[in-house]
Design a protein around this ligand. Structure first.
Ligand code: NDP
Length: 401
C-alpha cells in the first residue's frame, strides 16, 4: 500500500485520480495537485473515496519539493504538461521519490520531441536508487509495451513496425483537440520523422497519408504519418527494426481548420506584441478552443489504437496486429472523460501500480519497453483497456502502399 501524488488536474489527471481510487489496495492515499486547486477539488468531489488536493506550480522545483515533503508520496505521477517534466524530476531527485510521466519533455520555445533531456537524468536517478518511468500513457506507453509483448511472444525479430492511432469519435464541435490543444497542435504541425535503415528521415508535416480499415466495425479512416516520441526509444531498444512509422487519423474538417489556423499564424509558438503585451498565438488559441476535459459529454464513437509488427519467427516471415478499441461514451459513464484521456490515464495508473507493487523495478530512467510486458498486459485487460492480437495479413492495409 502506497501514497501517490498526481500532478495535473486536466483531462488525463481526472482519469488517473479515478483509476487510482478504484485500487485502494495499491493506492492507499492519493493527493491530486495542480496549478488551479479548484480543478482538483472538482475532481475529488466526483470520487467516493476521500482524496487530498493541493495547489502547486510545478515549474517551480521548490514548490513541488515542499508539497512532496508534506505529503510524503512514494511516487509522483506527472500528468501536467511536458514543459514540467524536468522540474518535477528534479523535485523527485531532491526528495528521494520515484517518478512517472506520459509525455517526453519539450522546451516551450521549440516544438521538439526527443528523449535526450530525460535520458540525461539516467545517472542521477541510478545514483539515488530511484526509478523514473517515461511515457506511461497509450502512445507512448501501451504501444511500447505492445511492441515488447510481440517481441517476447510472437516474433524473433521485428523488422517493420507501424503504430496506428485512430480516433473514430465525434465530439460534435466544429474544431477541438482531444488533449491539451497547445501540445496537440505543436505535435501535429511538427515535421514528420520516420525511421528507415538506421536513421530518421524527415518529411513535410502530414505529407504522407493512407486509408486504414479498423477491425470490429470501427470504420475506415484516413491516417497521416507523423513523428511520435516512442519511435525514438523503440528503434533504440529493438535494433532489428528496419522501418518504423507512426500514423494518426484526422478528419478532413480537422485538417482544413488546422491549415487555416497555420496560414493565419495562430499556431506560432514565438511571442508577438499585442496591445503592449507579449502573447504566444498558440497559447491564446488554446484559451479560446474547447477544453478537451469537457468533451466527454458530447463525444460518441470509438478509438482503435494498435501496432502492426512484421518480421521473422523461426526463419519465416510473420506479421501481427495488436490493438485496443475503446468507446468514448463508456469511458464517460465510468470516469466522466472521453476515451483519449481514458486511454492515457489508465496506463499511467497501471505503470504506477507496476512500480509500487515491485513488478517493475529499476534504478535509473526507463522507457516502458525495457520492462517485462506480461504483468502490464494482464492489468490492461482488468482495468478497462482489453487488447487482441490477430495476424496482420487479415488487415486490409499495407503500409508500403
Ligand atoms: P490538460 O491541459 O487538460 O491538463 C494539464 C493540467 O496540468 C492542467 O490541470 C494544468 O493546470 C496543469 N498544469 C499545467 N502547468 C502546470 C504547472 N506549471 N504546475 C502545475 N500544474 C500545471 O492536458 P491533458 O490532461 O490532456 O494532458 C496531460 C498530459 O498527458 C500532457 O503532458 C499530454 O501531453 C499527455 N498525454 C499523453 C498521451 C499519451 O498517450 N502518452 C495522450 C494524451 C495526453 P491548469 O488547469 O491550471 O491549466
Amino acid at each position: 500500500m502506497a501514497r501517490v501524488l498526481i500532478i495535473g488536474a486536466g483531462g488525463v489527471g481526472q482519469v488517473v485520480a479515478h483509476k487510482c481510487a478504484q485500487v485502494p489496495d495499491v493506492f492507499e492515499s492519493i493527493c491530486l495537485a495542480s496549478r488551479t486547486k479548484s480543478k482538483c477539488d472538482a475532481i475529488a468531489k466526483q470520487i467516493s473515496r476521500p482524496i487530498e488536493t493541493a495547489q502547486v506550480n510545478a515549474d517551480n522545483v521548490s514548490e513541488t519539493v515542499k508539497l512532496i515533503t508534506t505529503f510524503k508520496p512514494e511516487l509522483v505521477i506527472n500528468v501536467a504538461l511536458p514543459y514540467q517534466d524536468l522540474a518535477i524530476m528534479d523535485a523527485c531527485l531532491e526528495t528521494g521519490t520515484h517518478y512517472l510521466d506520459t509525455a517526453n519533455y519539450e522546451p516551450r520555445d521549440t516544438a521538439k520531441f526527443e528523449y535526450s533531456w530525460q535520458w540525461a537524468y539516467q545517472d542521477k536517478f541510478r545514483e539515488k536508487g530511484l526509478m523514473a518511468l517515461l511515457g506511461s500513457g497509450f502512445d507512448p506507453g501501451v504501444t511500447n509495451v505492445y511492441t515488447a509483448y510481440l517481441a517476447k511472444h510472437y516474433l524473433d525479430e521485428i523488422e517493420y513496425l507501424d503504430i496506428v492511432d485512430v480516433n473514430g469519435g465525434d465530439h460534435g464541435k466544429p474544431f477541438a483537440t482531444n488533449f491539451n490543444p497547445e501540445i496537440n497542435i505543436r505535435e501535429v504541425t511538427a515535421p514528420c520523422r520516420h525511421f528507415e535503415n538506421g536513421a530518421f528521415v524527415e518529411t513535410a508535416p502530414m505529407s504522407q497519408k493512407s486509408r486504414f480499415n479498423c477491425p470490429d466495425n470501427v470504420g475506415e479512416y484516413t491516417i497521416y504519418r507523423m513523428y511520435h516520441e516512442e519511435l525514438e526509444s523503440l528503434t533504440k531498444h529493438f535494433p532489428s527494426i528496419k522501418k518504423a512509422q507512426f500514423w494518426m487519423s484526422f478528419s478532413e474538417n480537422y485538417i482544413n481548420h488546422l491549415q487555416v489556423l497555420q496560414n493565419v499564424g495562430m499556431t506560432r509558438i514565438d511571442e508577438v506584441e499585442y496591445q503592449g503585451q507579449k502573447i504566444v498565438p498558440l497559447q491564446f488559441l488554446k484559451a479560446v478552443l474547447p477544453n478537451p476535459g469537457d468533451l466527454g459529454k458530447t463525444t460518441k464513437g470509438r478509438t482503435c489504437i494498435g501496432n502492426i509488427a512484421r518480421g521473422k519467427k523461426d526463419g519465416k516471415d510473420v506479421g501481427y496486429y495488436i490493438y485496443n478499441i475503446c468507446d468514448h461514451e463508456a469511458c464517460f459513464s465510468e470516469v466522466g472523460s472521453q476515451a483519449i484521456s481514458y486511454t492515457t490515464g489508465v496506463p499511467a495508473m497501471i505503470g504506477a501500480m507496476m512500480m509500487l507493487t515491485g513488478k517493475w523495478k529499476g534504478e535509473g530512467v526507463f522507457n516502458m519497453e525495457q520492462m517485462d510486458p506480461d504483468p502490464f498486459m494482464e492489468k490492461l485487460n482488468i482495468h478497462g483497456l482489453p487488447w487482441r492480437v490477430v495476424e496482420s495479413g487479415s488487415l486490409c492495409w499495407n503500409p508500403e502502399e
